[in-house]
Design a protein around this ligand. Structure first.
Ligand code: C5P
Length: 240
């Protein structure tokens, strides 16, 4: 894989407070291209944190996992796009109408600010097992449910999905070559697992079909985050 391509495929999850987030952004500037802002940072700092990262030249995955009535999700997608997010997440479980509204909100913003952010759907959260699905009345096997929601999302204008590296291969076959397939649960060989259980290495995730990998603590918790990021890029360049 080309180095420029490898850099574009690693999204660094910045799950920390503002001071540490800015420190990480400053040191990763010129190395990483993508940062992921999740609920922890966003609900503390608001859309300004997206603008701050954009001003430093990063692309931003705003991972707020929208799930509400279509009207509200249309507005959420529009606001997030206007804040400058390049990639947004939405729950597939919210219905085809809600997914279509998400796309409409993103398109509406694009008519004001230029580019439409890309959209990815959460199918079944990787923290949910068969028992947890049963608790909310879904008896289908987890893999079938995830596949059904992925297709529903694609039919309603969503560009791809978030899934575990274990599902990347089957999702790539199901959704085709152009779909975004974003996989967290990535750990370089030898890295601490933290609370992730079903993990793959960066190159395994890409070989299985991921378009982008999300890596947080193996980079942000490393003594030298830039070195940890560059090691992942080198692994992708050398092995793919
Ligand atoms: O630190 P770590 O590499 O485990 O971070 C993974 C990131 O991906 C976190 O921001 C986490 O919220 C997110 N994520 C995940 N598993 C999912 C969906 C999102 O770990 N199924």
């Amino acid at each position: 894989m080309l180095e420029a391509d490898a850099r574009d495929r690693v999204i660094v999850a910045i799950d920390c407070d503002r001071d540490r987030a800015l420190e990480l952004a400053d040191s990763l500037s010129g190395h990483a291209r993508w940062l992921k802002v999740g609920m922890t940072l966003f609900y503390a700092e608001g859309p300004q944190i997206v603008r701050t990262f954009k001003e430093r030249g990063f692309k931003v995955f705003l991972d707020l996992k929208f799930h509400d009535i279509p009207h509200q999700v249309r507005g959420a997608a529009r606001s997030a796009a206007l804040a400058g997010a390049d990639l947004l997440s939405v729950h597939g479980l919210g219905s085809g109408d809600m997914l279509a509204a998400c796309r409409e909100g993103a398109e509406d913003a694009a008519s004001v600010c230029g580019d439409r952010p890309s959209l990815v759907a959460i199918t079944v959260l990787t923290s949910m097992n068969q028992d947890a699905l049963g608790e909310i009345g879904i008896e289908a096997p987890v893999a079938d449910e995830a596949a059904r929601l992925a297709v529903l999302a694609q039919r309603n204008g969503i560009d791809g999905i978030v899934c575990s590296p274990m599902e990347a291969e089957s999702m790539r076959a199901l959704l085709g070559p152009d779909a975004l397939i974003v996989t967290p649960g990535v750990r370089p060989a030898g890295a601490a697992l933290g609370d992730q259980s079903r993990v793959a290495t960066p190159s395994q995730a890409i070989v299985r079909g991921a378009s982008h990998i999300v890596v947080g603590r193996p980079i942000t918790g490393a003594a030298d985050p830039v070195e940890a990021f560059e090691r992942i890029v080198s692994e992708l360049v050398d092995e793919i």
